[in-house]
Each structure stands twice: as structure tokens, then as C-alpha cells.
Write a protein of this length. Structure first.
Length: 255
């Protein structure tokens, strides 16, 4: 049986772990090169040392995820199928906790950075700076959901946040791309007179405001993702879900 760190006849001493040296006992009993500072509690202290090193490595990994979370994203089966859609309008709908908002923020992150996974459809890839918008139902949703998602997935050194009235109002990226943040609490005029390459709508949308966003997508032949729980805004069933054809509009959901 192979020896484990912590067994007294293990091949490796603490010093060998630190310095990369083999202080094997060679069957002679006492470990050569063993530091006297560890005394009789050598193996206990070795275990504490190894545990601390493991915690340090885990901390490094957590920092990497915080700095560039999109590189660690693994879609679930529903998200994966929706990401692969080639439709102009993609709807991901269902109950809470199926990853709707994470799907939406990842679509946005890929379009902003152009760091698409190999399986992402070429038809929906952008090559240059884009103009994007996020529409949510309230300013509280911006603070409690959208901003934390952005900070969790978009590379920290790639963008700057602009605020208005204490809320995130705009995301500006290194390549010149930007994202405007809209909420249904704003006047209808905020949704008009702009053109977009990509729009992400999170939660059910007001029909008139959504129509303003769609007009902004026409000239640039943009794409739209809507992530929502279908509890309000009945028009979305009649005008979107029931009219889905898999080409212009495609709907995905968890059973």
C-alpha cells in the first residue's frame, strides 16, 4: 500500500515538501533533515501546514473566479440549448432557480468581450464594439440582481460602471462597447430613440416599452434575449410564446 502524508514511514518530510528535496529515512528511523523546530509534534504540525497550503490555494482559485467568472461558467442543459439558438428573439422562461438571469448575463458577457465558447453559433457572434441594453422591472432589481451578476461574470479589468442616482446606469467596456440600464419604472421615452445590437430583458416586460426596444434592434439587425417567470404580462404569451417558430422566435424552459 502506498504511504500517505502523515504516516511515520512516509517518504516525504515537511522539508521535502517545502524545498522539493527527498529526505527519505532509507529505513534508518529518524528523518534526515527534519527541522528541530517541529519537535515531537512534527506530524501534527505537518498536517496543519498542508491544510494551510490547501486553503491558500483555494483562496487563489476564488480570487480568479471573482476576477473573471465567465471563464468558469458551465451551462445547465436548458441554458446550453438556449445559448445554441440562432433565433433573433430567445425566451428562457420558467420557475425560479433554473438559471435564467445567469443565462442572460452570460449572453451579454460573451457579446461584450467576444470570448465566445467554440459551440456558440457563428450567426449570433459580434466582431466589434456593440451597443446593448438591459431592461428590468425595477431599480431594486438592478442593485440586488443585475449588478452582482455583472460583477460575478464580466472580467473586472474590462469595464467601468457609471451611476445615476446611486444606481448602476451604464457599463462601459475597453473595446468601446457599452450597456445602458433601463427599468420599467422609467418613462416610455427612455426606451425610444436608440438603436441596439443586443437587448437583454429580465422578468416580464411592459408591451409598449418592449416595442420601443425592438424598434431599436431593427436597423442594426440585433438580437434579443428575454428571461422571465411567466406570472404577469399576459401579452407575452400571445405575442411571443404562441408565435415561436424556432427561427425568428425560440422558447426554452424547464419542465
Amino acid at each position: 500500500m502506498k504511504n500517505k502524508i502523515g504516516d511515520r514511514d512516509s517518504k516525504w518530510s515537511k522539508d521535502s515538501l517545502i524545498m522539493g528535496k527527498d529526505y527519505s529515512t532509507g529505513g534508518r528511523g529518524k528523518i534526515q533533515g527534519e527541522s528541530e523546530s517541529f519537535g515531537e509534534n512534527y506530524w501534527e504540525e505537518l498536517e496543519r501546514y498542508a491544510t494551510q497550503k490547501l486553503e491558500d490555494l483555494e483562496g487563489v482559485e476564488r480570487n480568479k473566479v471573482r476576477a473573471n467568472g465567465m471563464d468558469y461558467y458551465i451551462p445547465n442543459s436548458v441554458q446550453y440549448r438556449a445559448h445554441q439558438s440562432k433565433a433573433r428573439t430567445i425566451l428562457l422562461c420558467g420557475a425560479n432557480r433554473i438559471g435564467k438571469s445567469t443565462f442572460g448575463v452570460m449572453e451579454l458577457c460573451w457579446h461584450l468581450t467576444k470570448k465566445y465558447p467554440s459551440w456558440f453559433p457563428n450567426e449570433r457572434r459580434f466582431k466589434g464594439p456593440i451597443k446593448a441594453a438591459i431592461s428590468v422591472d425595477s431599480f431594486d432589481k438592478v442593485t440586488n440582481v443585475i449588478e452582482p451578476k455583472i460583477k460575478s461574470y464580466l472580467p473586472q479589468d474590462y469595464y467601468k460602471l457609471r451611476r445615476k442616482g446611486g444606481y448602476m446606469s451604464r457599463i462601459e467596456c475597453k473595446d468601446g462597447s457599452f450597456v445602458s440600464i433601463l427599468t420599467l419604472e422609467m418613462d416610455d421615452s427612455a426606451y425610444e430613440s436608440a438603436d441596439w445590437d443586443f437587448v437583454w430583458e429580465d422578468e416580464p416586460q411592459d408591451q409598449r416599452k418592449r416595442e420601443g426596444l425592438v424598434r431599436g434592434l431593427v436597423d442594426r439587425r440585433g438580437y434579443e434575449c428575454i428571461t422571465f417567470t411567466p406570472l404577469t404580462e399576459a401579452w407575452m404569451k400571445d405575442e411571443l410564446i404562441d408565435k415561436a417558430d424556432g427561427k425568428r422566435i425560440e422558447v426554452f424552459g424547464a419542465n
